[in-house]
Write a protein that binds this ligand. Structure first.
Ligand code: SAH
Length: 250
């Protein structure tokens, strides 16, 4: 077992999709042992049951990633054992990259260790059956940091390559048209009957799951708590499941 006291000062923890049961044992143990936990308010609320009363908890609002990373690095540099939390996996649209970039930019010598978590695509795939059995792509529709032209090209190439696609950050109150445009791009290569799994709040109290098609996808319960899994040309749905055959001769 890893002794977190003997290890790096700043832990970047992927806490999984939301339910403590779906967090790795390592993430759980580190979170219970550190002096301070830094994270987005909503995720820290999901962790209330496991944090100790003696731990310092620093919560920041949405879109405060840089502030959060700076705070965590400063606390760790001051000698505390600190964990900064991302939902899902910290290395997939999470805090890992920003923390490591800032640490390098500031020339800090403190150690950072990233702890893997179950990403939304895996959590959703498990709820939907087996939609990601062949090659797949993860694509975020958020164009806040990446230009839309780049995202559009990635969607186009993934669809041309017949990859199953997990769409993260599909729609927010301010970003509505991206999903409509993404669907149009995908329809150039995929049939409108392609199965699409929509999973909202995977492993959280308000979990919802819908299986629909690319044609009808926009009617689903889609917001920033939703991940969409688009099947490839071989994916089929039956009995409330989505299956992408691996290629076994049955
Ligand atoms: N690091 C996270 C992704 C953060 S980006 C991970 O690995 O899962 C935020 C996006 O992730 C959301 O807009 C949504 O598309 C997806 N997401 C994160 N948690 C989710 C959950 N529990 N259920 C459904 N989608 C989720």
């Amino acid at each position: 077992m890893t002794d977190c006291r003997a290890n790096p000062k700043l832990w970047v923890i992927g806490m999984g999709p939301g339910n403590v049961e779906e967090m790795s044992l390592k993430a759980y143990r580190v979170l219970r042992q550190v002096d301070a936990v830094v994270g987005y308010q909503l995720y820290l609320e999901l962790l209330t049951e496991i944090l100790n009363p003696g731990q310092e908890v620093i919560s920041t609002g949405m879109k405060r990633e840089r502030e959060r990373a700076e705070q965590a690095l400063a606390l760790a540099a001051s000698g505390k054992e600190v964990a900064i939390v991302s939902s899902g996996d910290a290395g997939i649209y999470g805090m890992a990259g920003l923390v490591l970039e800032l640490k390098q930019k500031k020339g800090l010598t403190l150690k950072v260790e990233v702890v893997a978590g179950i990403t939304a695509a895996s959590a959703a795939a498990a709820l939907l059956g087996a939609p990601l059995m062949q090659d797949c792509a993860l694509i975020s529709l958020s164009d806040l940091l990446i230009p839309w032209s780049v995202i559009a090209q990635r969607l186009e190439l993934a669809a041309r390559a017949d990859l199953a696609i997990a769409l993260y950050n599909p729609r927010s109150s301010k970003r509505i048209t991206q999903l409509e445009r993404a669907r149009e791009i995908l329809l150039k290569h995929f049939s409108g009957h392609t199965p699409v799994g929509i999973v909202r709040n995977a492993s959280r109290a308000q979990q919802e799951k819908v299986i629909t098609t690319l044609d009808r996808l926009l009617d689903g319960p889609i917001d920033m708590f939703t991940v969409l899994l688009i099947g490839n040309s071989q994916t089929f749905s039956c009995d409330g499941l989505m299956i992408t055959p691996r290629g076994y001769q049955l």
